[in-house]
Design a protein around this ligand. Structure first.
Ligand SMILES: *[C@@H]1O[C@H](CO)[C@@H](O)[C@H](O)[C@H]1NC(C)=O
Ligand SMILES: *[C@@H]1O[C@H](CO)[C@@H](O)[C@H](O)[C@H]1NC(C)=O
Length: 452
């Protein structure tokens, strides 16, 4: 290791990791030192909770295994990102906060919340900075492998110091907004504009976590529970944005009963705009969070969605719902396939265990989804049909029997295939669109193979 007080640093690292929610670094750079992934001597610099708010970057979906990132690629917040000093490459895989939640749930009596005061955290960060500056730099031979676009430790430290100042500002803004929102003299119009400002801020991972630590989640949930549908809509929007790829907020929201409330609104509320935003929040709370998915299923989530689907003939919600189902199915599928090459860590077992309790397939069958999803093929939009085909394919293991006897589905597949073949053949200049249509034909072919 190139660092003097390695053990102390690792102790602090675990402290930082477990207290991520209270740690208000703005940051792609909760800088930590890790063991070399391949068991070598060299240290690595690890970034925790990388953010993906740079819109121009390609966003990579992390899996359970480390993948190498190109400089122009970003990852969803909450992913585990590390810088491999040997290769100079950044690597990513799934974060584990959502898994820990379920594990900890079984340890009654233990407080989920970070039990460190802001002062202690500040000191911890300061210590880390000092430790880093005390450490000797990586030796020259090793440096050859570090490509220039990665910052030196000094630069990272300077960034951290600057970020500390910036965070102060965002935290202050959040505090002001929440106080105003909490004031009884606040009009609905004012509330709506406050929520809009909050929505903008919570895209930042740590702002969303600050929202939780300041008690803002309760205020958002009150807004969701409001009788004014505009407040409901805006509150669901803030919640969804705060939840998006933010494991710690997902955990806090589930603890606060948000999922149950969202489900209730989904089945009781009328305005489409509210339902849209509520669906957005539901999708965000479930993503990579098997406990929430389990809870969702056992509290009638799929039934609520199927009612919504049936009531939304030809509407915009259908595609969103089907996409959500597809995401859940493929997420579970991805976990079960990940173990094949045997390179996985101990959390894999926990992940598999938790996902095994998400009885998605059985529920899909019971709630009639094998017959509902094909209806989306009637849409005139290519995108809707593509989403439907992907979902149908992912559901084939449980639905193929029903597909086989669904003459309307079989007819749709034949006519869609003809239609897309024709588009491909008559297209003047082969290009991206043509590739897209060729993909659709491939999906149809793959589905027909599963049905036969
Ligand atoms: C809102 O006000 C109540 C009392 O008026 C207080 O207990 C609560 O902490 C406040 N919440 C926030 C988020 O400021
Ligand atoms: C939602 O509102 C109802 C009454 O309008 C109230 O009884 C209930 O406690 C509220 N729930 C939350 C979580 O605020």
């Amino acid at each position: 290791m190139g660092f003097r007080s390695h053990a102390a640093l690792l102790a602090l690292l675990s402290l930082l990791l477990c207290c991520g929610s209270a740690l208000s670094l703005k940051s792609d750079y909760a800088l930590t030192v890790v063991e070399n992934p391949d068991g070598g001597e060299e240290g690595g610099v690890e970034e925790e909770e990388a953010t993906a708010d740079e819109g121009y970057l390609e966003v990579v979906q992390p899996t359970e295994e480390w993948q190498t990132l190109r400089p122009d690629q970003a990852v969803p917040a909450g992913s585990h990102v590390r810088l491999n000093l040997q290769t100079g490459q950044r690597e990513v895989r799934l974060g584990e906060e959502q898994l820990k939640y379920w594990t900890q749930e079984h340890r009654r009596g233990e407080d989920l919340q970070a039990s460190f005061s802001p002062e202690e955290l500040k000191q911890a960060i300061k210590n880390i900075k000092e430790d880093l500056s005390a450490g000797s730099p990586p030796d020259a031979g090793q440096q050859d492998y570090v490509v220039p676009e990665y910052r030196s430790l000094d630069e990272l430290k300077r960034d951290m110091a600057q970020l500390d100042l910036l965070v102060e500002t965002d935290v202050q803004i959040m505090k002001r907004l929440l106080e105003q929102l909490n004031s009884s003299s606040c009009t609905t119009e004012q509330r709506l504009s406050l929520l809009l400002e909050l929505e903008y801020l919570v895209h930042q991972v740590d702002n969303a976590q600050t929202l939780c630590s300041m008690g803002g989640l309760q205020l958002i949930l009150q807004g969701l529970n409001s009788s004014d549908f505009r407040l409901q809509e805006s509150s669901a929007f803030v919640l969804g944005s705060a939840l998006a790829s933010n494991p710690l907020v997902q955990v806090k929201a589930v603890e606060s009963g948000a999922l149950q409330m969202l489900l209730t609104i989904l089945v009781t509320t009328q305005p489409l705009l509210v339902k849209k935003k509520v669906l957005f929040a539901v999708a965000a709370i479930l993503r990579h969070f098997p406990y929430a998915q389990h809870h969702f299923l056992s509290h009638g989530g799929l039934q609520a969605l199927s009612e919504l689907f049936r009531a939304d003939g030809g509407g915009v919600l259908r595609t969103r719902i089907v996409t959500m189902l597809y995401d859940m199915i493929s997420e579970k599928e991805m976990i079960s396939q990940a173990g094949v090459d045997g390179l996985l860590d101990t959390s894999h077992e926990e992940r598999v265990h938790q996902y095994s309790k998400v009885s998605l397939q059985e529920e899909l069958l019971e709630m009639g989804w094998c017959g509902l999803v094909p209806q989306l093929l009637d849409s005139t939009e290519h995108d809707d049909r593509e989403k439907a085909l992907r979902a149908l394919l992912s559901m084939a293991p449980v639905c193929s029997g029903q597909y086989r006897s669904d003459s309307s589905l079989l007819g749709s597949l034949l006519s869609l295939r003809d239609q897309y073949q024709e588009i491909i053949q008559t297209e003047m200049s082969p290009g991206e669109d043509n590739d897209y249509f060729a993909d659709i034909v491939e999906l149809i072919d793959a589905l027909q193979v599963k049905i036969k």
